[in-house]
Design a protein around this ligand. Structure first.
Ligand code: HKS
Ligand code: ZN
Ligand code: ZN
Length: 305
């Protein structure tokens, strides 16, 4: 399978429009070794022609333009996107749906019932999209067992699993978490048996996850923050990383320690916040990741499994 990283940044991207932290300021001035990042999304193909879009970033139009295979041009109106999987209902993962409203071909949207509810109530994107191209909702069971296919996405099979996390700030059940608010996905290439576990919203490796993660040749997980108090230390927020659903990389019970327990060939962090020191390619934090065999996703990264 071919995995293409369309966007590797967290919400707001990098640099973030309103931010003058060391990283954002340094990137604009060219004084740090780092590259800009659009908001988190990947696409996956089992045949190089038909693609599944994972999440729909506010930057989706730019991302499509920068990856020609998503625009094969076989007819006057056409797309290489066979289906869209939403792993949660967060703004940075869903807003791009409105940018894909043109045309009369219904959007084939795969998400859990919880995500569908949020996107038809608190943030009724799907109701609005229905007035344009129309929407076909395919409900995903996030039980970690049920496999499903996406019509047109050849040679790929998917297994979704519920992850512990909070629904978006606008959700009617923001403070009342439900299974399916956020999911991880095991993606399998049915031709060569290779698997990728994709979970940009992974906050905690709960006991039901290793059975899926241990099968994966490639693990792509949440890389938002380096420390639990990153935003507090910079005076940007009063909440810790963990309290807003992001497990930091460093320290006890951090993502580095957790990933050490898995033997996947590739371990890749995605959804990196603008404040994270791992964005600087010559930072000691980045070196520490390398020592643990952990890579940092970048826009345009290709992973062939
Ligand atoms: C900044 C943001 C930080 C950021 C936070 C979160 C908040 C929200 C929630 C996130 C993200 C980026 N870029 N989604 O100010 O530096 O409370 O649920 O998801 O992408 S968590
Ligand atoms: Zn986010
Ligand atoms: Zn910043």
């Amino acid at each position: 399978m071919h995995i293409h990283v369309l966007g590797s940044g967290a919400g707001g991207g990098f640099p973030q429009w309103n931010c003058n932290c060391y990283n954002c300021d340094g990137l604009r001035k060219g004084t740090i070794k780092a590259s800009r990042r659009t908001q988190s999304s990947i696409c996956v193909s089992g045949d190089g022609v038909n693609w599944v879009l994972f999440n729909t970033s506010p930057d989706v139009l730019q991302q499509i333009q920068e990856f020609p295979p998503l625009q094969p041009g076989r007819s006057i109106r056409d797309t290489g996107i066979a289906g869209i999987v939403l792993i949660d209902a967060q703004i940075d993962h869903t807003t791009g749906l409105l940018m894909l409203r043109e045309g009369s071909v219904k959007k084939e949207i795969y998400c859990t019932n919880m995500v569908y509810q949020d996107l038809t109530t608190g943030n009724p994107l799907l109701n609005i999209l229905d007035f344009y191209c129309g929407v076909n909702h395919h409900e995903i069971a996030a039980d970690g067992v049920t496999q499903f296919e996406i019509e047109g996405a050849k040679n790929l099979k998917f297994t979704a699993v519920a992850l512990k996390s909070a629904a978006p700030p606008y959700s009617p059940h923001r403070n009342d978490p439900h299974p399916g608010d956020t999911i991880g996905m095991l993606i399998e290439d049915t031709l060569n048996g290779k698997k990728c576990f994709y979970a940009p919203g992974l906050c905690e490796i709960e006991s039901h996850l290793p059975v899926l993660m241990n099968q994966a040749d490639c693990i792509m997980v949440d890389g938002t923050f380096w420390t639990n108090t990153e935003m507090i230390d910079l005076g940007l927020m009063t909440k810790t990383a963990r309290s807003i659903g992001h497990n930091p990389q460093s320290g006890k019970d951090g993502m580095i320690e957790k990933l050490d327990q898995f033997n996947a060939n590739r371990k890749i962090l995605i959804h990196i916040n603008n404040t994270n020191p791992i964005l600087r390619e010559d930072s000691s934090e980045r070196e520490e990741l390398s020592r643990h065999g952990i890579e940092v996703a970048f826009d345009g990264m290709d992973i062939i499994l």
